[in-house]
Design a protein around this ligand. Sequence first.
Ligand SMILES: *[C@@H]1O[C@H](CO)[C@@H](O)[C@H](O)[C@H]1NC(C)=O
Length: 216
Amino acid sequence: MPNKLILWSVLALSLGCIALAYEPSPLQDFCVADSTNSVKLNGVACKNPMQVQAEDFFFSGLHLMGNTSNAVGSRVTPVFATQLPGLNTLGISMVRIDYAPWGLNPPHTHPRATEIITVLEGILEVGFVTSNPDNRFITKVLKKGDVFVFPVGLVHFQRNLGNGYAVAIAALSSQNPGAITIANAVFGSNSPIPADILAKAFQVDKSVVDMLQTKF
Ligand SMILES: *[C@@H]1O[C@H](CO)[C@@H](O)[C@H](O)[C@H]1NC(C)=O
């Protein structure tokens, strides 16, 4: 019987590990980020809990429209642990996304978070692509009040399908979701990926890559 017990314990432990694949459950009520502490760990060191104030759990500003005067016509205003220290270790955050008429939040991924988005104003065309080898494109048009989810790590985008401004709020399953904008990462890396590598990868002439690299 002890063998069976060990087997179950190992199974329970391994299931526990699966559940902990992202941010682990906190072992205390909170761990407000102490930005003055230079200790590096997975997250930020905790402020002394006795010195924590309501302000540490608070952010103000998501009523403000983001500046969409840029090449893609969108702006993400983040509320991550950096902006709201009380989010540290809690595995959750949010953003406001503003879209100029026909503005685009261009294809990108969040390496550490699933994203659930709700439209507050306007009409958004959204989509994501499943991983290799299927690369299925899943897309939908959302109106005010609609909710859509972008599974963790998948390339996704939103586009404003209208002549007015659009606004969305999204929640993300990490205090620090990270973002990799595809065009910027591939064609705008610092230093650049050699153009002949990108030409072969994208099966285009090197001049096309040279042109794209000047844009990012
Ligand atoms: C919005 O961004 C543009 C481009 O960076 C800048 O020229 C403009 O002053 C900004 N507008 C406001 C209101 O901050």
